[in-house]
Design a protein around this ligand. Sequence first.
Ligand SMILES: [Fe+2]
Ligand SMILES: [Fe+2]
Length: 277
Amino acid sequence: MLLFNPTLLFEFVSPSRDSLLDDLIKVRKMLIVQISDLHVGSQFFQVKFDQLVDEVNKLNPHVIVVTGDLTNEGLMHEYERCQELLAKFNAKKIITISGNHDYRNTGYLLFKKFFPFEAINELSDDVVLVTLGTARPDRNEGEVGYRQNLWLERTMKKYKDKVKILAMHHHLIAIPDTGSDQLTVVDAGDVLRTILDTGVDLVLCGHKHRPWEWNFGKLMVVNAGTATSERVRGLFENTYNIIDISNKSIKVDLKIVGGKRIPLDDIVTNYHQFGDE
Ligand SMILES: [Fe+2]
Ligand SMILES: [Fe+2]
């Protein structure tokens, strides 16, 4: 049951709007931007970042979720720089998740200090976003673990009637153009079972720097490219995702930094364009 949220009404209602009905429909809209794999450090493109900030701030999103690898080597000066850079975004809420690169050189101790975050984010009466920690010290592959998976199950079951978004760094399902991939979530089967059992609607992943989408109908698994790192893959552009939630239906677009915006579906349906034919 959708409840009335005066905060969101305040954001969207303009006195010049046509009708009360229009306004009520707008109340139920939410814009989330997913950026990933900034890799602040040696692989970082400052020019792309400046373009990214400009574009994202114009979108005026409710939430920005950064799905890991904020830094390249988990070093103090990279964290300091990254904190300054993220402060340039104007979103009402920025949710950050650590990636395997952030954990390097005991960077996991710094991540907590520079980017404290809540794992459960009730974004509106309609939408909840839950984060999972998949990075582990000195390892590139991801793991959710038995206890965190149990916690996920309990948590998601509390939000039966909401749009449920799960955000994590490592990709839950293998994606094309990633070779003989050994760096996925090692207990992906357990996590997928939880996701399906609890009716998660959308999973947001990063890590592979390859924009992609697996659309299973009720469940969509979305992978972001790298927004600002030189290590682009498959699609040779820096990209991010724009997620529009309206009346509980989810639409995901891919945005090339400094370039066009297209439905993320197009990357899948036009895959042959990027093949070797
Ligand atoms: Fe990365
Ligand atoms: Fe990664």
